[in-house]
Design a protein around this ligand. Structure first.
Ligand code: G4P
Length: 527
């Protein structure tokens, strides 16, 4: 095991910030970059958030997403640490992108709006974290506004996100009366001064019972804080780093990203407790990041919407060993040796060619069709990393060829867009028709546009009222056959040829579940 590799691994922290739109993800990301010296003024981060006015104009969205390629991964140094933040699209129609990004991180910070609490998108993303036992830290944001009682927020986090929580800081009032937070983790008082640029000052107090606390925040608030902290200590077990790293408990911080308040405390605690790059499970075996041989996988492909530059960028997460420029690596699916002359790293908001990368790092590889999502690269060993399972789409449509002369182009276009993970394709076994499933309406528009502009193919959508796609299996082959026969009109296969039951309503699904107890219904493709 090389010294260099060890050192590089132990200083890396690769994570994603996730939230419901508007909770403050962009603002928090920006403040973290400020601390890392990656940017120098607030407002420098181009929001990956889709502007509200443009929700129906997806070309505009793609343009904004194009801008965001550079900010897809933000690497910066903070003290001895090398931090990689993986950005995720704010628009919920691109939730699949976010799910996939979560396969490439070792931990997650969830931002929650103190007034709104847990919102839908956060709940769904948390489900993905839970599937993988990803460690999460929660940042309760916007304390400068009137929000809910912190104990209520904690209860809601626990119930809605289905994870035990443990506050590591505690707010003193909220909104106009917000005075600051007591840092339970480091035992210090951080007083709040509203400001969008500067960093809060720490007041050292020997312990919460000291009169200095009364001086700093006034007697009434000091007493309330003491009372709250006593309750916190009584209700929540002591913070256990191992439980956090195993995804069993989520530490909670309170602050205000806009005011840069509580952000440094979050970051300082984060680098100390968040896990370094972790082993990754492949089909064959578990890969330890410290192994000398390089391995990595593609978790995202970003197509270039500019018709003059047709190439894509494949985002590769380094899982083990050292990646080097111009060295031959094996592309497992194609069984082909490839070497990369211009791999890029993402540091301080800039994309630049790199000579080497270490586990936890993300490299961008310019690509013209070699890569699919989930592809594995290695120094030679036959390894297949397990991707993230597909989730049942939310919307379904039949896709039809609108230009009979271009059937081949359409077929190729559909296959390639599916490889990129734009949507999911199912083929109905009864009538042979192709069904595209997406998370949101926008993806249908994206597909149609790209088929035309990149493949010269025209498609038409036919409505299909569908509730969910469920992957099915059974220990009893006869029962499975009987089910498929009974439901033959609603049976489809996914691209891997697995059986999928297309339930057209929740009721139908429930009936099927009770009528066929030997059949297992899965809402993700991995079971
Ligand atoms: P997102 O990426 O999660 O979608 O959220 P974003 O950071 O864009 O923040 C959403 C809105 O919330 C922004 O206001 C932002 O300024 C505000 N915000 C973020 N953190 C705080 C906070 O700690 N306190 C308060 N009061 N507001 C906060 P906006 O008006 O939508 O955008 P902008 O015009 O200010 O950029």
């Amino acid at each position: 095991m090389s010294e260099e590799l060890n050192k590089e691994i132990s200083r890396r922290r690769t994570f994603a910030i996730i939230s419901h739109p508007d909770a403050g993800k962009t603002t928090l990301t920006e403040k973290l970059l400020l601390f890392g010296g990656a940017i120098h003024v607030a407002g420098a981060v181009k929001s990956n958030k889709i502007k509200k006015t443009a929700t129906s104009d997806w070309m505009e969205i793609e343009k904004q997403r194009g801008i965001s390629v550079a900010t897809s991964v933000m690497g910066f140094n903070y003290g001895d640490y090398k931090i990689n933040i993986l950005d995720t699209p704010g628009h919920q129609d691109f939730a699949e992108d976010t799910f996939r990004t979560l396969t490439a991180v070792d931990s997650v910070i969830i931002v929650v709006d103190a007034a709104k609490g847990v919102e839908t998108q956060t709940r769904r993303l948390m489900e993905v974290c839970r599937m993988r036992n990803t460690p999460v830290i929660i940042f309760v944001n916007k304390l400068d506004r009137e929000g809910r009682d912190p104990f209520d927020i904690l209860d809601e986090l626990e119930q809605e996100l289905k994870i035990a929580v443990r506050p590591l800081s505690w707010p003193i009032n909220m909104g106009a009366r917000f005075k600051g937070v007591y840092n339970i983790y480091e035992q210090g008082l951080d007083l709040f001064t509203p400001s969008k640029q500067t960093v809060s000052e720490r007041v050292e107090i020997p312990d919460v019972n000291s009169p200095q606390l009364d001086e700093a925040v006034g007697k009434a608030d000091a007493d309330k804080l003491r009372e709250d902290l006593e309750l916190v200590e009584g209700v929540y077990p002591e913070f256990d780093v191992e439980a956090y790293r195993e995804g069993r408990v989520a530490p909670v911080f309170f602050g205000s990203a806009l005011n840069t308040f509580g952000v440094k405390e979050l970051l300082d605690c984060f680098v100390r407790i968040a896990p370094e790059p972790q082993p990754v499970q492949a089909e064959e075996r578990e890969i330890d990041p410290h192994e000398e041989a390089f391995t990595g996988f593609v978790f995202k492909i970003h197509a270039n919407m500019d018709p003059n530059h047709r190439s894509c960028i494949a985002f590769v997460k380094v899982c083990s060993g050292k990646f080097e420029r111009n060295v031959n690596y094996r592309h497992i699916r194609l069984n082909k040796q490839l070497r990369f002359a211009a791999p890029t790293a993402f540091m301080a908001q800039k994309k630049s060619v790199v000579d080497e990368a270490f586990p936890g790092d993300i490299i961008g590889i310019p690509d013209t069709g070699n890569f699919k999502i989930g592809d594995t690269l290695t120094s030679g060993e036959e390894i297949h990393f397990k991707g993230l399972p597909s989730f049942s789409p939310e919307m379904f449509k039949y896709i039809e060829n609108a230009d009979p002369m271009k059937a081949k182009q359409l077929e190729k276009g559909i296959q390639q867009l599916m490889d990129e993970g734009v949507a999911q394709l199912f083929t109905n076994q009864f009538n042979g028709r192709k069904i595209i499933g997406t998370v949101g309406q926008l993806q249908f528009e994206v597909i149609q546009y790209r088929l035309l502009h990149e493949y010269g193919a025209q498609c038409r959508w036919q409505p299909l009222s569908m509730y969910k796609a469920c992957w099915i299996d059974s220990d009893d082959p006869k029962a499975l056959e009987a089910f498929k026969k009974r439901k033959h009109q609603f049976m489809a296969v996914d691209r891997q040829g697995r059986d999928v039951f297309m339930a057209d309503s929740g009721y139908v699904l429930q009936m099927a579940q009770s009528d066929f107890p030997d059949i297992r219904f899965h809402f993700t493709s991995e079971f």
